[in-house]
Design a protein around this ligand. Structure first.
Ligand SMILES: [Zn+2]
Length: 396
């Protein structure tokens, strides 16, 4: 059993704020008062969540307020984020499959595990509509937040958000069904704040093929990127949009590795050696990510943590750390962080939701991790790789 830690009521600076350097190397905060807060909360920048999908499905003009004030639902809202030190992350736009076959939470339907399940069907109608709705949701959250949420478009924005105690979301799209062959919408979404894109979710589209939700299964489940998919990688490189490898099958992964000029990143995937799920990364893939100075966000979804691939909240949080350490050995300590999958997956009960994130920090401390390593894993690695991909202050 983990020791409980006493959390301050809110994640608010200055005491809980780490020292951060601005782009010019200036130290923004003095560490002198840090010892007064014990244990110190570490801000966490997170590689993946599906809260926009949850709010889209919830509906209602008050959905932004539901996020900002919280209504006791889901795994991520502003009060939970503040309690757990969730400082920001990649917020996914996800277009649901049209026949309702997709799990409502956007991740592995449990009944599909080990059953030879086919890929969910392709999106047929108007994926743009869902995309616009979810972009709008995030923009409305920012507008109604009275300064508590600021959508980030570069790394300095994120650093400033962490320093100010302002939630720092970045727009990500999970599955590029809405993107047209001329990449016109990509330009529009970029202008709206899109900085990260997964060419596929776990289904096929014009760009490539995702992995089905299978365990045990190799991620080598089908053909690689289409010609248009390879063009999309070039377009993302030109705009300096992060290309997310999570959900892509193995041949697609190697196609991106061969084409992309950017560090390889899987925002929410785990180690296949520990959980032989098709969604997880083989050691060879992990090594390739490390060789590019890339990044893996460790996923809290129990089906990608457990050796048996089951979704079960009664899964020890230590499994998160075991995946983290396995990936750390192959990618390096600068290339691992977290990709929670909040609001998209069943996570270990000891974390529960964003409010429980510091329990994970406590486990790392109990295992003897030093504070500099903990800071890297919690947010500095994400800021490093995003800075490399986007440029420190990006002008397109
Ligand atoms: Zn996902």
């Amino acid at each position: 059993m983990l020791p409980d830690i006493i959390l301050p009521a809110e994640y608010c600076p200055p005491n809980g704020t780490p020292r951060l350097r601005s782009g010019n190397g200036r130290i923004l905060k003095d560490a002198a008062t840090e010892h007064l807060t014990s244990p110190r909360r570490v801000p966490i920048f997170d590689g993946h969540n599906d809260v926009l999908l949850r709010l889209y499905r919830r509906g209602g003009t008050d959905a932004p307020r539901a996020f900002l004030e919280g209504e006791g639902k889901g795994q991520l809202d502003l009060p939970m984020a503040r309690q757990g030190g969730f400082a920001g992350g990649l917020f996914a736009i996800f277009v649901p499959s049209t026949n309702g076959a997709t799990d409502p939470n956007g991740e592995a339907p449990s009944q599909n595990v080990s059953s030879g399940a086919p890929l969910p069907p392709a999106v047929e109608l108007m994926p743009q509509r869902a995309v616009f709705a979810m972009v709008s949701l995030l923009l409305r959250i920012e507008r109604e937040s009275q300064g508590r949420v600021r959508v980030c478009r570069n790394v300095d924005d994120i650093q400033q958000g962490i320093e100010d105690g302002v939630l720092a979301p970045v727009l990500h799209i999970e599955g590029a069904e809405a993107i047209d062959p001329n990449f016109e919408l990509l330009d529009v979404l970029y202008a709206a704040g899109l900085r990260s894109l997964g060419p596929v979710w776990s289904r096929s589209n014009a760009f490539g093929h995702g992995v089905p939700f299978l365990c045990p299964s190799s991620p080598d489940t089908g053909p690689g990127l289409t010609d248009l998919g390879k063009e999309l990688i070039g377009a993302c490189n030109r705009l300096r949009i992060l290309i997310d490898l999570s959900h892509l099958n193995e041949r697609g992964f190697w196609d991106v590795a061969a084409i992309s000029k950017a560090p390889l990143v899987a925002t929410h995937s785990n180690a296949h050696a520990l959980s032989p799920h098709s969604r997880n990364l083989t050691d060879k893939q992990l090594t390739a990510i490390g060789e590019t100075g890339g990044m893996v966000g460790v996923n809290f979804a129990t089906c990608y943590l457990r050796p048996d691939g089951r979704q079960d909240a009664d899964t020890p949080v230590d499994l998160v750390i075991e995946h983290l350490e396995h990936i750390l050995k192959r990618v390096g300590e600068d290339g691992v962080g977290f990709g929670s999958d909040f609001d998209g997956a069943k996570v270990p009960a000891e974390i529960g939701n964003a409010a429980g994130l510091q329990n994970l920090v406590q486990v790392m401390r109990a295992r003897g991790y030093g504070e500099p390593l903990i800071e890297k894993l919690c947010y500095r690695n994400w800021l490093r790789v995003l800075g490399q991909i986007w440029g420190r202050v990006h002008t397109p």
